[in-house]
Design a protein around this ligand. Structure first.
Ligand code: 5GP
Ligand code: ZN
Length: 114
């Protein structure tokens, strides 16, 4: 999608520090990490947010969680644990309008609200 920052990262028009890539999914380090490890996992298909997922996207979303599991193994934080967050829409505080899952790891995470 034109004018979408994450679509530009997918196309390589904006550089990123990639940690995983296949034909459907890309993962890269967040530019402004909130934890020692802060990785963003995104579908290559432009989906605006969790609220925009359709029935046909469900396999892709399931796959993304498999990718997260794989990344946690490869990056060595599976055993210690981590947190996955997706911000959705205005009240969720979503700033980039391309569905993404934050993986936060590498320390005991604070500000637990749930
Ligand atoms: P949101 O607030 O939409 O849930 O998260 C967007 C995330 O994208 C933020 O954590 C922000 O630091 C990250 N981000 C914004 N611009 C860039 C960029 O150009 N490159 C990378 N790697 N991350 C970005
Ligand atoms: Zn996009």
């Amino acid at each position: 999608m034109e004018d979408c920052l994450f679509c530009k990262i997918i196309k390589g028009e904006i550089p990123s520090k990639k940690v995983y890539e296949d034909e459907e999914v890309l993962a890269f380090h967040d530019i402004n990490p909130e934890a020692p490890i802060h990785i963003l996992v995104i579908p290559k298909k432009h989906i605006t947010s969790l609220a925009h997922i359709t029935k046909e996207d469900e396999a892709l979303i399931g796959k993304i969680f498999g990718v997260i599991n794989k990344i946690s193994e490869e990056q060595g934080f599976k055993e210690d644990g981590y947190r996955v967050i997706t911000n959705c829409g205005k009240n969720g505080g979503q700033s980039i309008k391309h569905l993404h899952f934050h993986i936060l790891a590498g320390k005991m995470l604070g500000e637990k609200i749930l």
